[in-house]
Design a protein. Sequence first.
Length: 153
Amino acid sequence: MSAVLKQEPRLVAMRESDLLEVLAIENAIYSHPWTRGNFADSLRAGYQCWTWRGGSNLLGYFVMLVAAGEGHLLNLSIAAACQRRGHGSTLLAETMRMARGRGALQVFLEVRPSNGGAKALYSRFGFRQVAVRPGYYPAQAGREDALVLTLAL
Ligand SMILES: CC(C)(COP(=O)(O)OP(=O)(O)OC[C@H]1O[C@@H](n2cnc3c(N)ncnc32)[C@H](O)[C@@H]1OP(=O)(O)O)[C@@H](O)C(=O)NCCC(=O)NCCS
């Protein structure tokens, strides 16, 4: 019987050819997902766009802008079937390592007040709320605020 090798997940630079898979996850886990154009623009703009792959399976991804000493985490997502297994924590730690490596002293991100899971993850990492952007997100009924969180690196 041949042994089944379990491959440790790894970061792989996101490419346009990943976008079908990325969008399948994105559309499954968000009420208001990013569009293909949002990802394509981020790739074209040279943002940090990375996939998190276990073997050939896409487990998650992130998009981050690092400029002028600040990281702005724009998207961090883990496939529904892979959540609550530590992947989000590992990927978040990777974003911070990458931001630090590119000279960022602080990371910012926005989160919906209704997103309890993400808020719990960020607070575990020491993120604190510094601002509220009123009506930032589209929501089922009207708009939803964004909480702006930051962490010093
Ligand atoms: C938020 C998200 C990235 C977390 O990824 P994950 O792989 O599930 O996270 P982890 O397994 O590393 O969880 C770490 C900790 O975060 C907290 N957490 C994560 N998801 C949670 C949830 N749904 N409810 C409550 N706490 C949660 C817990 O404290 C958890 O530790 P525990 O499992 O030991 O209790 C993932 O749920 C996701 O992609 N959600 C949809 C997209 C999204 O909301 N992205 C963030 C937008 S700002």
